[in-house]
Design a protein around this ligand. Structure first.
Ligand SMILES: [Zn+2]
Ligand SMILES: [Zn+2]
Length: 597
Protein backbone atom coordinates (compact mmCIF):
# COMPACT_ATOMS: atom_id res chain seq x y z
CA UNK A 1 0.00 0.00 0.00
CA UNK A 2 0.96 3.60 -0.42
CA UNK A 3 0.30 6.19 2.26
CA UNK A 4 -0.28 9.86 1.56
CA UNK A 5 -1.14 12.79 3.75
CA UNK A 6 -2.06 16.27 2.64
CA UNK A 7 -1.02 19.77 3.57
CA UNK A 8 -2.34 23.14 2.54
CA UNK A 9 -0.79 25.06 -0.35
CA UNK A 10 -2.77 28.27 -0.77
CA UNK A 11 -6.30 26.97 -1.24
CA UNK A 12 -5.15 23.70 -2.78
CA UNK A 13 -4.37 20.52 -0.91
CA UNK A 14 -0.87 19.25 -1.57
CA UNK A 15 -0.37 15.48 -1.56
CA UNK A 16 2.48 14.25 0.63
CA UNK A 17 3.92 10.79 0.11
CA UNK A 18 5.00 9.05 3.31
CA UNK A 19 7.80 6.53 3.66
CA UNK A 20 9.30 5.14 6.86
CA UNK A 21 12.20 2.95 7.86
CA UNK A 22 13.25 1.52 11.21
CA UNK A 23 16.56 2.47 12.84
CA UNK A 24 17.43 -0.25 15.36
CA UNK A 25 20.30 1.62 16.93
CA UNK A 26 18.48 4.68 18.18
CA UNK A 27 15.15 5.81 19.56
CA UNK A 28 12.62 8.47 18.56
CA UNK A 29 11.95 9.65 15.02
CA UNK A 30 13.67 11.75 12.42
CA UNK A 31 11.11 13.51 10.23
CA UNK A 32 12.55 14.58 6.89
CA UNK A 33 11.06 16.98 4.32
CA UNK A 34 10.81 20.30 6.19
CA UNK A 35 8.45 19.02 8.88
CA UNK A 36 7.63 22.05 11.03
CA UNK A 37 7.10 21.96 14.78
CA UNK A 38 3.43 20.98 14.59
CA UNK A 39 4.31 17.94 12.45
CA UNK A 40 7.20 16.92 14.78
CA UNK A 41 4.73 17.12 17.64
CA UNK A 42 2.48 14.95 15.48
CA UNK A 43 5.00 12.15 15.97
CA UNK A 44 4.59 12.45 19.76
CA UNK A 45 0.79 12.43 19.37
CA UNK A 46 1.01 9.39 17.10
CA UNK A 47 3.10 7.43 19.65
CA UNK A 48 0.59 8.28 22.40
CA UNK A 49 -2.36 7.34 20.19
CA UNK A 50 -0.73 4.00 19.34
CA UNK A 51 -0.69 3.21 23.09
CA UNK A 52 -4.50 3.25 22.95
CA UNK A 53 -4.62 0.42 20.38
CA UNK A 54 -5.62 -3.12 21.33
CA UNK A 55 -2.93 -5.77 20.96
CA UNK A 56 0.13 -4.23 22.55
CA UNK A 57 1.24 -2.23 19.54
CA UNK A 58 3.22 0.21 21.63
CA UNK A 59 5.45 -2.71 22.76
CA UNK A 60 6.07 -3.44 19.11
CA UNK A 61 7.14 0.18 18.55
CA UNK A 62 9.32 0.42 21.63
CA UNK A 63 13.09 0.53 21.73
CA UNK A 64 13.70 1.44 18.16
CA UNK A 65 13.93 4.59 16.09
CA UNK A 66 12.24 5.62 12.85
CA UNK A 67 13.06 7.78 9.88
CA UNK A 68 9.94 9.17 8.25
CA UNK A 69 10.33 10.87 4.90
CA UNK A 70 7.74 13.35 3.63
CA UNK A 71 7.76 14.08 -0.08
CA UNK A 72 8.03 16.59 -1.79
CA UNK A 73 11.09 17.48 0.24
CA UNK A 74 11.20 21.20 -0.55
CA UNK A 75 7.90 22.53 0.79
CA UNK A 76 7.36 23.09 4.53
CA UNK A 77 4.80 20.78 6.18
CA UNK A 78 2.66 22.46 8.78
CA UNK A 79 -0.61 20.57 9.24
CA UNK A 80 -1.77 18.63 12.29
CA UNK A 81 -3.78 16.56 9.81
CA UNK A 82 -0.54 14.66 9.14
CA UNK A 83 -0.75 12.93 12.57
CA UNK A 84 -2.76 10.03 11.17
CA UNK A 85 -0.42 9.06 8.31
CA UNK A 86 2.55 9.34 10.71
CA UNK A 87 0.90 6.84 13.10
CA UNK A 88 0.07 4.43 10.28
CA UNK A 89 3.64 4.67 8.94
CA UNK A 90 5.06 3.83 12.38
CA UNK A 91 2.81 0.80 12.65
CA UNK A 92 3.61 -0.37 9.14
CA UNK A 93 7.36 0.02 9.62
CA UNK A 94 7.24 -1.74 12.99
CA UNK A 95 5.56 -4.77 11.45
CA UNK A 96 8.35 -5.14 8.94
CA UNK A 97 10.98 -4.61 11.64
CA UNK A 98 9.42 -6.88 14.19
CA UNK A 99 9.73 -10.01 12.20
CA UNK A 100 13.49 -9.83 12.66
CA UNK A 101 13.15 -8.44 16.19
CA UNK A 102 10.96 -11.35 17.26
CA UNK A 103 13.26 -13.87 15.65
CA UNK A 104 16.12 -12.34 17.64
CA UNK A 105 14.16 -12.61 20.85
CA UNK A 106 13.15 -16.21 20.15
CA UNK A 107 16.78 -17.10 19.39
CA UNK A 108 17.95 -15.46 22.65
CA UNK A 109 15.33 -17.29 24.69
CA UNK A 110 16.31 -20.59 23.05
CA UNK A 111 19.95 -19.98 23.92
CA UNK A 112 19.02 -19.11 27.48
CA UNK A 113 17.08 -22.37 27.68
CA UNK A 114 20.11 -24.33 26.48
CA UNK A 115 22.41 -22.55 28.94
CA UNK A 116 19.96 -23.11 31.78
CA UNK A 117 19.64 -26.77 30.80
CA UNK A 118 23.33 -27.19 31.70
CA UNK A 119 22.57 -25.69 35.13
CA UNK A 120 19.74 -28.17 35.71
CA UNK A 121 16.99 -25.62 36.15
CA UNK A 122 13.88 -26.31 38.16
CA UNK A 123 10.84 -27.41 36.20
CA UNK A 124 9.06 -24.08 36.90
CA UNK A 125 11.88 -22.07 35.29
CA UNK A 126 11.84 -24.41 32.28
CA UNK A 127 8.08 -24.04 32.01
CA UNK A 128 8.29 -20.24 32.20
CA UNK A 129 10.86 -20.04 29.41
CA UNK A 130 8.77 -22.36 27.23
CA UNK A 131 5.72 -20.20 27.81
CA UNK A 132 7.68 -17.11 26.84
CA UNK A 133 8.80 -18.77 23.62
CA UNK A 134 5.25 -19.87 22.82
CA UNK A 135 3.96 -16.32 23.37
CA UNK A 136 6.64 -14.90 21.12
CA UNK A 137 5.87 -17.47 18.44
CA UNK A 138 2.16 -16.55 18.61
CA UNK A 139 3.06 -12.88 18.28
CA UNK A 140 5.25 -13.73 15.32
CA UNK A 141 2.36 -15.58 13.66
CA UNK A 142 0.11 -12.61 14.21
CA UNK A 143 2.64 -10.20 12.78
CA UNK A 144 3.18 -12.49 9.80
CA UNK A 145 -0.55 -12.47 9.20
CA UNK A 146 -0.65 -8.66 9.33
CA UNK A 147 2.37 -8.46 7.13
CA UNK A 148 0.56 -10.54 4.52
CA UNK A 149 -2.52 -8.37 4.87
CA UNK A 150 -0.42 -5.27 4.28
CA UNK A 151 1.31 -6.85 1.29
CA UNK A 152 -2.04 -7.80 -0.23
CA UNK A 153 -3.31 -4.27 0.27
CA UNK A 154 -2.41 -2.41 -2.91
CA UNK A 155 -4.52 0.66 -2.22
CA UNK A 156 -3.32 4.24 -2.22
CA UNK A 157 -4.51 5.88 0.96
CA UNK A 158 -4.93 9.56 1.63
CA UNK A 159 -5.19 9.77 5.40
CA UNK A 160 -6.17 13.05 7.08
CA UNK A 161 -6.70 13.51 10.80
CA UNK A 162 -5.34 15.03 13.95
CA UNK A 163 -4.90 12.45 16.73
CA UNK A 164 -6.11 12.74 20.30
CA UNK A 165 -3.42 11.50 22.70
CA UNK A 166 -5.93 10.27 25.29
CA UNK A 167 -8.19 8.02 23.22
CA UNK A 168 -6.72 7.91 19.71
CA UNK A 169 -9.79 9.60 18.20
CA UNK A 170 -9.29 11.59 14.99
CA UNK A 171 -10.54 15.08 14.15
CA UNK A 172 -10.05 17.45 11.18
CA UNK A 173 -7.17 19.94 11.24
CA UNK A 174 -8.31 23.56 11.78
CA UNK A 175 -7.22 24.78 8.34
CA UNK A 176 -7.98 23.30 4.94
CA UNK A 177 -9.80 19.99 5.56
CA UNK A 178 -11.91 20.44 2.42
CA UNK A 179 -8.89 21.41 0.30
CA UNK A 180 -6.94 18.40 1.52
CA UNK A 181 -9.69 15.91 0.62
CA UNK A 182 -9.92 17.58 -2.79
CA UNK A 183 -6.23 16.76 -3.32
CA UNK A 184 -7.10 13.05 -3.79
CA UNK A 185 -6.26 11.66 -7.20
CA UNK A 186 -8.43 9.17 -9.09
CA UNK A 187 -8.16 5.71 -7.57
CA UNK A 188 -7.37 6.97 -4.07
CA UNK A 189 -9.06 5.81 -0.89
CA UNK A 190 -9.51 8.80 1.37
CA UNK A 191 -10.02 8.29 5.10
CA UNK A 192 -11.42 11.26 7.03
CA UNK A 193 -12.68 11.88 10.57
CA UNK A 194 -16.46 11.51 10.97
CA UNK A 195 -16.75 15.28 11.46
CA UNK A 196 -15.54 15.80 7.89
CA UNK A 197 -17.98 13.36 6.28
CA UNK A 198 -19.89 16.13 4.52
CA UNK A 199 -16.74 17.47 2.85
CA UNK A 200 -15.67 14.01 1.76
CA UNK A 201 -19.05 13.30 0.20
CA UNK A 202 -19.00 16.63 -1.69
CA UNK A 203 -15.52 15.88 -3.05
CA UNK A 204 -16.60 12.33 -3.95
CA UNK A 205 -19.53 13.72 -5.93
CA UNK A 206 -17.12 16.04 -7.76
CA UNK A 207 -14.49 13.36 -8.39
CA UNK A 208 -16.27 10.06 -8.82
CA UNK A 209 -13.09 8.01 -9.06
CA UNK A 210 -12.20 8.22 -5.40
CA UNK A 211 -13.44 6.17 -2.44
CA UNK A 212 -14.14 8.11 0.73
CA UNK A 213 -14.26 6.41 4.14
CA UNK A 214 -14.94 7.81 7.56
CA UNK A 215 -13.41 6.64 10.81
CA UNK A 216 -13.72 7.46 14.48
CA UNK A 217 -10.22 6.69 15.66
CA UNK A 218 -6.80 5.27 14.89
CA UNK A 219 -7.97 1.76 15.86
CA UNK A 220 -10.65 1.81 13.16
CA UNK A 221 -8.27 3.12 10.48
CA UNK A 222 -5.63 0.51 11.34
CA UNK A 223 -8.20 -2.32 11.41
CA UNK A 224 -9.58 -1.25 8.03
CA UNK A 225 -6.08 -1.17 6.54
CA UNK A 226 -5.32 -4.65 7.94
CA UNK A 227 -8.66 -5.91 6.64
CA UNK A 228 -9.79 -6.66 10.21
CA UNK A 229 -12.78 -4.29 10.14
CA UNK A 230 -15.41 -3.28 7.60
CA UNK A 231 -14.73 0.13 6.07
CA UNK A 232 -17.48 2.71 6.57
CA UNK A 233 -18.25 4.69 3.43
CA UNK A 234 -19.16 8.36 3.75
CA UNK A 235 -22.78 8.91 2.87
CA UNK A 236 -23.56 10.92 -0.25
CA UNK A 237 -26.30 12.72 1.62
CA UNK A 238 -25.42 16.17 2.78
CA UNK A 239 -28.08 16.05 5.49
CA UNK A 240 -25.47 16.80 8.12
CA UNK A 241 -24.23 19.85 6.22
CA UNK A 242 -24.81 23.20 7.85
CA UNK A 243 -25.28 26.23 5.61
CA UNK A 244 -22.51 28.70 6.33
CA UNK A 245 -24.10 32.02 7.20
CA UNK A 246 -22.66 34.48 4.68
CA UNK A 247 -24.76 37.55 5.40
CA UNK A 248 -27.01 38.86 8.08
CA UNK A 249 -30.47 39.99 6.98
CA UNK A 250 -30.51 40.67 3.24
CA UNK A 251 -33.00 43.43 2.37
CA UNK A 252 -35.21 43.31 -0.71
CA UNK A 253 -34.52 46.15 -3.15
CA UNK A 254 -38.23 47.00 -2.97
CA UNK A 255 -37.84 47.84 0.71
CA UNK A 256 -35.05 50.36 0.19
CA UNK A 257 -36.68 53.77 -0.10
CA UNK A 258 -36.20 55.87 -3.23
CA UNK A 259 -32.72 55.67 -4.77
CA UNK A 260 -34.16 54.34 -8.04
CA UNK A 261 -31.13 55.52 -9.99
CA UNK A 262 -28.73 53.81 -7.58
CA UNK A 263 -30.75 50.61 -7.90
CA UNK A 264 -30.44 50.80 -11.66
CA UNK A 265 -26.68 51.39 -11.33
CA UNK A 266 -26.39 48.40 -9.01
CA UNK A 267 -28.29 46.26 -11.53
CA UNK A 268 -25.87 47.23 -14.30
CA UNK A 269 -22.85 46.70 -12.00
CA UNK A 270 -23.91 43.18 -11.04
CA UNK A 271 -25.01 42.22 -14.55
CA UNK A 272 -21.63 43.10 -16.07
CA UNK A 273 -19.37 42.52 -13.05
CA UNK A 274 -18.52 46.23 -12.88
CA UNK A 275 -17.19 47.83 -9.71
CA UNK A 276 -19.36 50.61 -8.35
CA UNK A 277 -18.91 53.67 -6.12
CA UNK A 278 -21.87 54.86 -4.07
CA UNK A 279 -21.59 58.45 -2.85
CA UNK A 280 -23.92 59.86 -0.23
CA UNK A 281 -24.47 60.72 3.43
CA UNK A 282 -24.46 57.93 6.02
CA UNK A 283 -27.72 56.12 6.65
CA UNK A 284 -29.05 56.70 3.12
CA UNK A 285 -29.00 53.09 1.97
CA UNK A 286 -25.43 52.59 0.69
CA UNK A 287 -24.79 49.53 2.87
CA UNK A 288 -28.35 48.26 2.35
CA UNK A 289 -27.85 48.35 -1.42
CA UNK A 290 -24.56 46.48 -1.10
CA UNK A 291 -26.17 43.86 1.14
CA UNK A 292 -29.11 43.44 -1.24
CA UNK A 293 -26.63 42.85 -4.06
CA UNK A 294 -25.63 39.34 -2.90
CA UNK A 295 -29.15 38.06 -3.58
CA UNK A 296 -29.36 39.75 -6.96
CA UNK A 297 -26.62 37.60 -8.40
CA UNK A 298 -27.54 34.19 -9.85
CA UNK A 299 -27.07 31.04 -7.74
CA UNK A 300 -23.53 29.74 -7.48
CA UNK A 301 -22.50 27.20 -10.10
CA UNK A 302 -21.03 23.86 -8.96
CA UNK A 303 -17.42 24.81 -9.66
CA UNK A 304 -17.86 28.25 -8.10
CA UNK A 305 -19.22 26.65 -4.94
CA UNK A 306 -16.38 24.13 -4.87
CA UNK A 307 -13.76 26.92 -5.04
CA UNK A 308 -15.50 28.99 -2.38
CA UNK A 309 -15.50 26.05 0.01
CA UNK A 310 -11.78 25.63 -0.58
CA UNK A 311 -11.19 29.31 0.23
CA UNK A 312 -13.24 29.26 3.45
CA UNK A 313 -11.73 25.94 4.51
CA UNK A 314 -8.19 27.24 3.98
CA UNK A 315 -9.05 30.28 6.08
CA UNK A 316 -10.26 28.01 8.91
CA UNK A 317 -13.76 29.44 8.58
CA UNK A 318 -15.50 26.10 7.97
CA UNK A 319 -16.05 24.11 11.14
CA UNK A 320 -18.53 21.39 12.16
CA UNK A 321 -19.74 20.43 8.68
CA UNK A 322 -20.39 24.02 7.61
CA UNK A 323 -20.66 24.38 3.84
CA UNK A 324 -20.70 27.53 1.71
CA UNK A 325 -23.83 27.44 -0.44
CA UNK A 326 -24.43 31.11 -1.21
CA UNK A 327 -22.49 34.09 -2.48
CA UNK A 328 -20.41 35.93 0.08
CA UNK A 329 -20.81 39.49 1.28
CA UNK A 330 -17.76 40.96 3.01
CA UNK A 331 -17.58 44.42 4.49
CA UNK A 332 -14.29 46.11 5.27
CA UNK A 333 -13.18 49.31 6.91
CA UNK A 334 -9.85 50.11 8.61
CA UNK A 335 -8.04 46.96 7.62
CA UNK A 336 -4.44 45.73 7.55
CA UNK A 337 -2.80 44.46 4.40
CA UNK A 338 -2.56 40.76 5.46
CA UNK A 339 -6.23 40.72 6.54
CA UNK A 340 -7.28 42.29 3.24
CA UNK A 341 -5.04 40.42 0.80
CA UNK A 342 -4.15 37.26 2.70
CA UNK A 343 -0.89 36.12 4.19
CA UNK A 344 0.47 35.03 7.54
CA UNK A 345 2.45 31.85 8.18
CA UNK A 346 1.71 28.20 9.11
CA UNK A 347 -0.31 28.28 6.89
CA UNK A 348 -0.73 31.46 4.81
CA UNK A 349 -4.48 32.06 4.56
CA UNK A 350 -6.68 33.97 2.10
CA UNK A 351 -7.76 37.53 2.99
CA UNK A 352 -11.02 39.44 2.66
CA UNK A 353 -10.60 39.96 -1.10
CA UNK A 354 -10.68 36.17 -1.54
CA UNK A 355 -13.40 35.56 1.03
CA UNK A 356 -15.51 37.86 -1.19
CA UNK A 357 -14.77 35.69 -4.29
CA UNK A 358 -17.85 35.34 -6.54
CA UNK A 359 -19.69 37.76 -4.27
CA UNK A 360 -19.67 41.35 -3.11
CA UNK A 361 -16.98 43.28 -1.24
CA UNK A 362 -18.20 46.47 0.44
CA UNK A 363 -15.37 48.91 1.00
CA UNK A 364 -16.79 51.65 3.16
CA UNK A 365 -15.16 55.11 3.32
CA UNK A 366 -12.91 54.21 0.45
CA UNK A 367 -11.28 57.68 0.58
CA UNK A 368 -10.03 56.97 4.10
CA UNK A 369 -8.10 53.92 2.91
CA UNK A 370 -4.43 54.17 3.91
CA UNK A 371 -1.50 53.73 3.41
CA UNK A 372 -0.75 54.33 -0.30
CA UNK A 373 0.84 50.86 -0.54
CA UNK A 374 -2.53 49.34 0.36
CA UNK A 375 -4.26 51.32 -2.39
CA UNK A 376 -1.59 50.32 -4.89
CA UNK A 377 -2.07 46.63 -4.05
CA UNK A 378 -5.86 46.88 -4.14
CA UNK A 379 -5.57 48.45 -7.57
CA UNK A 380 -3.66 45.48 -8.96
CA UNK A 381 -6.04 43.07 -7.21
CA UNK A 382 -8.97 44.71 -8.98
CA UNK A 383 -7.07 44.50 -12.23
CA UNK A 384 -5.93 40.88 -12.03
CA UNK A 385 -8.90 39.37 -10.17
CA UNK A 386 -6.43 37.06 -8.42
CA UNK A 387 -4.35 37.81 -5.35
CA UNK A 388 -0.70 36.77 -5.29
CA UNK A 389 1.01 36.32 -1.94
CA UNK A 390 4.80 36.01 -1.92
CA UNK A 391 6.28 33.27 0.24
CA UNK A 392 9.88 32.26 0.78
CA UNK A 393 9.41 29.06 -1.19
CA UNK A 394 6.75 30.01 -3.71
CA UNK A 395 4.10 32.50 -4.74
CA UNK A 396 0.59 31.58 -3.69
CA UNK A 397 -2.39 32.55 -5.79
CA UNK A 398 -5.76 33.14 -4.18
CA UNK A 399 -8.77 33.76 -6.44
CA UNK A 400 -10.67 37.01 -5.82
CA UNK A 401 -13.22 37.71 -8.50
CA UNK A 402 -15.71 39.93 -6.69
CA UNK A 403 -17.83 42.97 -7.43
CA UNK A 404 -16.46 45.91 -5.45
CA UNK A 405 -19.07 48.17 -3.93
CA UNK A 406 -17.20 51.19 -2.61
CA UNK A 407 -18.91 53.84 -0.53
CA UNK A 408 -18.01 57.32 0.67
CA UNK A 409 -19.42 60.61 1.88
CA UNK A 410 -19.31 63.33 -0.79
CA UNK A 411 -17.95 66.04 1.53
CA UNK A 412 -17.06 66.79 5.15
CA UNK A 413 -20.68 67.64 6.11
CA UNK A 414 -21.86 64.80 3.81
CA UNK A 415 -24.87 66.72 2.43
CA UNK A 416 -23.42 67.75 -0.93
CA UNK A 417 -26.21 67.77 -3.53
CA UNK A 418 -28.97 68.07 -0.94
CA UNK A 419 -31.40 70.96 -0.65
CA UNK A 420 -33.80 72.09 1.97
CA UNK A 421 -37.17 73.88 1.77
CA UNK A 422 -36.93 77.10 3.84
CA UNK A 423 -40.65 76.88 4.73
CA UNK A 424 -41.16 73.26 5.85
CA UNK A 425 -37.44 72.29 6.21
CA UNK A 426 -38.08 69.16 4.16
CA UNK A 427 -34.91 67.74 2.55
CA UNK A 428 -34.50 67.02 -1.19
CA UNK A 429 -31.81 65.62 -3.44
CA UNK A 430 -30.72 67.31 -6.67
CA UNK A 431 -30.57 70.94 -7.73
CA UNK A 432 -33.73 70.60 -9.83
CA UNK A 433 -35.84 69.40 -6.88
CA UNK A 434 -38.99 71.33 -5.92
CA UNK A 435 -40.86 71.18 -2.62
CA UNK A 436 -44.27 69.70 -3.54
CA UNK A 437 -45.96 71.76 -0.81
CA UNK A 438 -44.15 75.04 -1.49
CA UNK A 439 -43.68 75.40 -5.23
CA UNK A 440 -42.55 78.99 -5.03
CA UNK A 441 -40.01 78.51 -2.27
CA UNK A 442 -36.40 78.70 -3.44
CA UNK A 443 -34.64 75.60 -2.01
CA UNK A 444 -31.42 76.21 -0.12
CA UNK A 445 -28.24 74.19 -0.17
CA UNK A 446 -27.98 71.90 2.82
CA UNK A 447 -24.24 71.36 2.36
CA UNK A 448 -22.27 73.88 4.38
CA UNK A 449 -18.93 73.16 2.70
CA UNK A 450 -17.18 75.62 0.39
CA UNK A 451 -16.25 74.62 -3.14
CA UNK A 452 -12.62 74.36 -2.08
CA UNK A 453 -13.53 72.13 0.87
CA UNK A 454 -15.59 69.80 -1.30
CA UNK A 455 -12.78 69.47 -3.85
CA UNK A 456 -10.25 68.88 -1.08
CA UNK A 457 -12.47 66.16 0.35
CA UNK A 458 -13.00 64.52 -3.04
CA UNK A 459 -9.28 64.52 -3.74
CA UNK A 460 -8.74 62.28 -0.69
CA UNK A 461 -10.02 59.57 -3.02
CA UNK A 462 -7.15 57.88 -4.80
CA UNK A 463 -7.36 58.60 -8.55
CA UNK A 464 -5.75 55.31 -9.60
CA UNK A 465 -8.26 53.44 -7.48
CA UNK A 466 -11.16 55.52 -8.82
CA UNK A 467 -9.95 54.59 -12.27
CA UNK A 468 -10.70 50.93 -11.51
CA UNK A 469 -14.30 51.67 -10.55
CA UNK A 470 -16.61 51.76 -13.55
CA UNK A 471 -19.83 53.14 -12.11
CA UNK A 472 -20.18 56.18 -9.86
CA UNK A 473 -23.57 57.24 -8.52
CA UNK A 474 -25.08 59.30 -5.73
CA UNK A 475 -27.31 57.59 -3.21
CA UNK A 476 -29.87 59.46 -1.18
CA UNK A 477 -33.15 58.44 0.32
CA UNK A 478 -34.23 62.04 -0.36
CA UNK A 479 -34.02 61.27 -4.06
CA UNK A 480 -37.75 61.38 -4.81
CA UNK A 481 -37.52 59.36 -8.02
CA UNK A 482 -39.08 56.23 -6.56
CA UNK A 483 -39.10 53.98 -9.57
CA UNK A 484 -41.67 51.23 -10.06
CA UNK A 485 -41.64 48.99 -6.94
CA UNK A 486 -42.44 45.86 -8.96
CA UNK A 487 -39.73 46.67 -11.48
CA UNK A 488 -37.32 47.10 -8.60
CA UNK A 489 -38.22 44.00 -6.61
CA UNK A 490 -35.13 41.86 -6.02
CA UNK A 491 -36.73 38.84 -7.70
CA UNK A 492 -37.35 40.80 -10.93
CA UNK A 493 -33.90 42.38 -11.02
CA UNK A 494 -32.33 38.99 -10.31
CA UNK A 495 -33.99 37.55 -13.44
CA UNK A 496 -32.67 40.42 -15.58
CA UNK A 497 -29.16 40.01 -14.20
CA UNK A 498 -29.24 36.25 -14.71
CA UNK A 499 -30.34 36.64 -18.34
CA UNK A 500 -27.67 39.30 -19.02
CA UNK A 501 -24.95 37.12 -17.45
CA UNK A 502 -26.09 34.16 -19.54
CA UNK A 503 -25.62 36.21 -22.74
CA UNK A 504 -22.10 37.20 -21.61
CA UNK A 505 -21.18 33.63 -20.66
CA UNK A 506 -22.03 32.46 -24.14
CA UNK A 507 -20.24 35.40 -25.74
CA UNK A 508 -17.00 34.95 -23.78
CA UNK A 509 -17.14 31.15 -23.48
CA UNK A 510 -13.81 30.79 -25.29
CA UNK A 511 -12.23 34.00 -23.99
CA UNK A 512 -9.19 33.71 -21.72
CA UNK A 513 -10.16 36.61 -19.45
CA UNK A 514 -13.46 35.73 -17.78
CA UNK A 515 -17.15 35.73 -18.59
CA UNK A 516 -18.27 39.28 -17.75
CA UNK A 517 -18.12 42.47 -19.77
CA UNK A 518 -16.05 44.06 -16.98
CA UNK A 519 -13.31 41.47 -17.43
CA UNK A 520 -12.66 42.34 -21.10
CA UNK A 521 -9.12 43.80 -20.92
CA UNK A 522 -9.08 46.22 -23.87
CA UNK A 523 -10.69 47.42 -27.07
CA UNK A 524 -9.01 44.85 -29.27
CA UNK A 525 -10.50 42.01 -27.26
CA UNK A 526 -13.82 43.84 -27.15
CA UNK A 527 -13.92 43.99 -30.95
CA UNK A 528 -12.96 40.34 -31.17
CA UNK A 529 -15.91 39.10 -29.15
CA UNK A 530 -18.72 41.62 -29.62
CA UNK A 531 -20.81 42.50 -32.69
CA UNK A 532 -19.50 45.54 -34.66
CA UNK A 533 -20.74 49.01 -33.66
CA UNK A 534 -23.38 50.69 -35.78
CA UNK A 535 -21.94 53.62 -37.83
CA UNK A 536 -24.21 56.11 -36.03
CA UNK A 537 -23.02 54.88 -32.63
CA UNK A 538 -19.38 54.97 -33.77
CA UNK A 539 -19.57 58.61 -34.76
CA UNK A 540 -21.21 59.59 -31.45
CA UNK A 541 -18.49 57.69 -29.59
CA UNK A 542 -15.79 59.42 -31.61
CA UNK A 543 -17.10 62.79 -30.49
CA UNK A 544 -17.51 61.62 -26.91
CA UNK A 545 -13.98 60.20 -26.71
CA UNK A 546 -12.54 63.59 -27.70
CA UNK A 547 -13.44 64.88 -24.25
CA UNK A 548 -12.41 61.74 -22.34
CA UNK A 549 -8.62 61.73 -21.92
CA UNK A 550 -8.18 58.32 -20.34
CA UNK A 551 -8.11 55.43 -22.81
CA UNK A 552 -9.17 53.16 -20.00
CA UNK A 553 -12.28 55.25 -19.35
CA UNK A 554 -13.08 55.25 -23.07
CA UNK A 555 -12.91 51.43 -23.06
CA UNK A 556 -15.13 51.33 -20.01
CA UNK A 557 -17.82 53.37 -21.76
CA UNK A 558 -17.97 50.61 -24.37
CA UNK A 559 -18.08 47.86 -21.74
CA UNK A 560 -20.74 49.48 -19.56
CA UNK A 561 -22.85 50.28 -22.64
CA UNK A 562 -22.48 46.64 -23.66
CA UNK A 563 -23.87 45.56 -20.28
CA UNK A 564 -26.80 47.99 -20.56
CA UNK A 565 -27.56 46.51 -23.98
CA UNK A 566 -27.25 42.95 -22.59
CA UNK A 567 -29.80 43.78 -19.89
CA UNK A 568 -32.16 44.57 -22.77
CA UNK A 569 -31.07 41.50 -24.76
CA UNK A 570 -30.04 43.89 -27.53
CA UNK A 571 -27.51 42.45 -29.98
CA UNK A 572 -25.95 45.81 -30.78
CA UNK A 573 -25.11 48.80 -28.62
CA UNK A 574 -27.62 51.60 -29.14
CA UNK A 575 -27.26 55.35 -28.61
CA UNK A 576 -29.37 55.18 -25.46
CA UNK A 577 -27.03 52.52 -24.05
CA UNK A 578 -24.07 54.88 -24.52
CA UNK A 579 -26.04 57.71 -22.93
CA UNK A 580 -26.91 55.64 -19.88
CA UNK A 581 -23.34 54.36 -19.56
CA UNK A 582 -21.98 57.92 -19.54
CA UNK A 583 -24.58 58.87 -16.94
CA UNK A 584 -23.93 55.89 -14.63
CA UNK A 585 -20.17 56.38 -14.92
CA UNK A 586 -20.49 59.95 -13.65
CA UNK A 587 -18.42 61.20 -16.60
CA UNK A 588 -20.32 64.45 -16.92
CA UNK A 589 -21.11 64.87 -13.24
CA UNK A 590 -19.66 68.07 -11.85
CA UNK A 591 -18.62 66.33 -8.62
CA UNK A 592 -16.18 64.08 -10.51
CA UNK A 593 -15.41 66.41 -13.43
CA UNK A 594 -14.73 69.48 -11.30
CA UNK A 595 -17.13 71.92 -9.64
CA UNK A 596 -17.92 75.17 -11.48
CA UNK A 597 -16.22 78.35 -10.27
ZN1 LIG B 1 -41.69 72.88 1.77
ZN1 LIG C 1 -20.78 69.48 2.59
Amino acid sequence: MEVYGADLDGIEGQLIRFRATVDVNRRGAALLGLARKVVREGYARAVKAIETLDGGWSDVLADQGYTIDLEPAETPKTSSGLDLPIAIMLLQASILQNLEGLQDQIRQLGEKQRQDAGKRPSSTVKKRILEQIEELVRQRERILRYRKALQRNTRKYLLIGKLDIADGSISPPYHGMFCMIAAARPGFTVVVPEEAEVYASIVATHNRNITTLKAANLQEVWDVILGAAHPRRTRKSVARAKRKVMTRHVPDLRDIRGVARAKRAMTVALAGGHNILLVGPNGQGKSMLALAATRLLPDLGRDEMFDLNKIYSAKGDLQDNEVVLSRPFRSIQNITAPALFGGGVHPPVPGEVSLAHEGVLLLDEINQLKPPSLIERLRSTLNDRVQRVQRVYQTLTFPCNFVLVAAMNPCRCSWYGHYICPVCEERFFGSDAKCPSHHDARLQRKCTCTRREIEAFRSTLSEPLLDRIDLKVFVSSFDRSQGDPIKYASATIRQHIKAARQIQQERYAKAPFGTCNASVPDRTQFRKYTPPLLPRVSSVLEKLFKRIDSLRTQDKVLLVARTVADLDSSRTIRLKDIKEAVDLMGIDHEYFRGLPE
